[in-house]
Design a protein around this ligand. Structure first.
Ligand SMILES: NC(=O)c1ccc[n+]([C@@H]2O[C@H](COP(=O)([O-])OP(=O)(O)OC[C@H]3O[C@@H](n4cnc5c(N)ncnc54)[C@H](OP(=O)(O)O)[C@@H]3O)[C@@H](O)[C@H]2O)c1
Length: 255
């Protein structure tokens, strides 16, 4: 098996949360690896910017709006992408939120439901639609769920987020076994990455130092460092990999 096994040429990839951060980098990395890519999220202008980066790199992009909490929006997105790029071979469930940092005793249920609603139910909704469409055409495909190191170890003061990412890992394993061999399903578990998402904790000096101390590599990742893992998991190079949690966290979970 040569390096061509890492290529995504001939694939159509949907990347949820493709408007910024890790999703934007995964969308660009997949396009550079040969896939036609639909970056999808709620913010139209930011999606256009991702699409411009893909096209500047010589790739093909079809940005499309999507709210993962809305079933009709998920179906419409798949219809739109299929009409423009063809059947979807790769789904990256990357859209995620984490609006709460604090003692779980102070958490309100609305926030709990919001976090679980996007991070778990949203990913399931997209996976179910993807799975149905693959089945309808007797096709094959691959799902990459962007979980977190918080899907494999505790992240104190981020309990709803940790619960959501552990649930996403559970969903990954269950679907991997249920949908084999047609669909491979894997999770990517990044540690702390330099995006909008971690801006608050990176800019708080005390929290920042505590976090850096917990990372053996003692640094935050650049988004493209975790995007490379998503390309691998989606590619034929990972043909025998399913139900796996691929950790890219600077060593946090190894301790
Ligand atoms: N940054 C980290 O350190 C880190 C570490 C581990 C795991 N992760 C995970 O990686 C993923 C991406 O994180 P990030 O750091 O890139 O965060 P980010 O910069 O805040 O991006 C989050 C993305 O999710 C999209 N999104 C949020 N709600 C959505 C909804 N209802 N429907 C569709 N899209 C929605 C946002 O787009 P719109 O606002 O345009 O909808 C945005 O593109 C998340 O799942 C996160 O949990 C991040």
């Amino acid at each position: 098996m040569g390096l061509s096994a890492f290529s995504l040429k001939g694939n159509v990839a949907v990347v949820t949360g493709g408007s910024r951060g890790i999703g934007e980098e995964i969308a660009v990395a997949m396009a550079k690896s040969g896939a036609d890519v639909a970056p999808v999220a709620r913010s139209e202008d930011a999606l256009e910017a991702t699409a411009d980066r893909i096209e500047d790199a010589g790739g093909t992009a079809h940005p499309c709006t999507l709210d993962v909490t809305d079933g009709a929006s998920v179906e419409a997105m798949f219809d739109d992408v299929e009409a423009s790029l063809g059947c979807v071979d790769v789904l990256v469930n990357n859209a995620g939120v984490n609006p709460f940092f604090g003692d779980a005793r102070n958490l309100d249920m609305e926030t709990w439901n919001k976090i679980l609603g996007v991070n778990v139910t949203g990913a399931f909704r997209c996976s179910r639609e993807f799975g149905r469409r693959i089945d309808d055409r007797d096709g094959t495909g691959s799902i990459v769920n962007v979980a977190s190191v918080g899907g494999v170890v505790a992240l104190p003061y981020q309990t709803p987020y940790t619960a959501s990412k552990h649930a996403l890992v559970g969903m990954t394993k269950s679907l991997a076994v249920e949908w084999t061999p047609e669909i491979r399903v894997n999770a990517l578990a990044p540690g702390y990455v330099k995006t909008e998402f971690t801006k608050g904790v990176r800019e708080n000096e005390n929290i920042r130092e505590d976090i850096l101390e917990s990372i053996p590599q003692n640094r935050f990742a650049d988004p493209d460092e975790v995007a490379a893992s998503a390309v691998y998991l989606a590619s034929d190079a990972a043909g025998y990999v399913t139900g796996e949690v691929h950790v890219a966290d600077g060593g946090i979970a190894a301790q």
